[in-house]
Design a protein around this ligand. Structure first.
Ligand SMILES: Nc1ncnc2c1ncn2[C@@H]1O[C@H](COP(=O)(O)OP(=O)(O)OP(=O)(O)O)[C@@H](O)[C@H]1O
Length: 301
């Protein structure tokens, strides 16, 4: 087990930032830590990196206790903070060299992390001259310098343009082949793009712990279809796998299917065979986004 969290609670004054949170992360997993603003993501990460001490509960990284064995925990973790502090006047190599000295890391690792994070062509430049995406790579390179088993990334793609975002995600996937990664975000697409599993936290409480593959399997398929005529709901229910039909207004119907097979072609053919015209047909899927909304909005409304 790379990370074990048991009943962790942490308050700041009257704010309960973490409320009895428990989860485990296996070696080699990429886990998304998803939650609205202020849900407790950064606080949890800071407990794991030993920056914050929890009020109660236990947490272990690489089997080391975060309160009793801070040194070994820190050696096991590479951390990219939300506001990644970089010295903009330093050259990339100089910055990594500085980090290697501070953390007493073998300097041979510098070339390795430059290669690993694709910083090669930019490495002779000053950090201040780099784009935000490349600055984030410098942060990642620094986090990887001591070759930690676990990487903790706090909102690693915030503020990046769409191209930089895709590149950093690709890099995270690549690094994830060798490391356990816990990454916080409020972007659901990010979780879908890079994670094996998602933990959803809301108001300090863990409200979901799901494998993305299970979530995909569980998904019901909901199609929104508009015909040129009124059709009886019971008639539409004759479609294979149809479990529910709702007329949402006019000649528009929301049809739920209990199958992973894409039913759009089937609906189109059904309309055609019954002399109906299909004016629109779209998939309104139940996915991570709807799960997130379901779990985090109930308590906000
Ligand atoms: N050092 C602190 N002092 C006081 N309150 C804090 C401190 N750190 C966090 N909090 C509070 O604890 C709660 C959880 O904050 P946290 O930063 O962990 O949330 P988050 O999920 O990371 O949010 P975001 O997505 O906005 O970064 C918030 O209500 C926040 O205001």
């Amino acid at each position: 087990m790379s990370i074990t969290v048991k009943n962790i609670s942490k308050s700041f004054g009257n704010t309960k930032a973490l409320n009895n949170v428990s989860f485990t992360i296996n070696k080699g997993e990429i886990v998304g830590f998803l939650g609205p603003n202020g849900a407790g993501k950064s606080t949890m990460m800071k407990v794991l990196t030993t920056y914050h001490q929890a009020d109660s509960g236990e947490a272990y990284v690489n089997s080391y206790d975060v309160t009793k064995d801070k040194k070994n925990v820190q050696k096991s973790i590479g951390y990219l903070a939300e506001h990644n502090p970089l010295y903009l006047d330093m050259y990339v190599k100089e910055y990594l060299n500085f980090n290697a000295e501070v953390y007493k890391v073998n300097k041979e690792n510098i070339a390795k992390v430059i290669e690993q994070t694709g910083l090669g062509p930019e490495s002779p430049k000053k950090i201040g001259q780099l784009s935000k995406g490349y600055r984030q790579r410098v942060g990642l390179a620094a986090a990887l310098l001591h070759d930690p088993e676990v990487l903790i990334l706090d909102e690693p793609t915030t503020g990046l343009d769409p191209n930089q975002l895709l590149e950093i995600r690709k890099l995270i996937l690549e690094i994830g082949k060798e490391k356990t990664i816990l990454l916080s975000t409020h972007i659901m697409k990010e979780v879908e793009a890079v994670c094996d599993r998602v933990l959803i936290i809301d108001k300090g409480c863990l409200v979901a712990d799901k494998r993305l593959s299970d979530l995909r399997k569980e998904e019901e398929q909901v199609l929104l279809v508009e015909f040129d005529f009124r059709v009886e709901e019971a008639f539409l229910k004759k479609l294979p796998y149809a479990t529910n039909v709702i007329n949402t207004g006019g000649f528009i119907y929301e049809i739920t299917f209990d199958t992973t097979k894409d039913m759009r072609a089937e609906v189109f053919d059904f309309a055609h065979d019954n002399e109906l015209k299909t004016l629109q047909l779209s998939r309104k899927n139940k996915n991570l986004e709807s799960l997130f909304t379901e779990l985090t909005q109930a308590s906000h409304s």
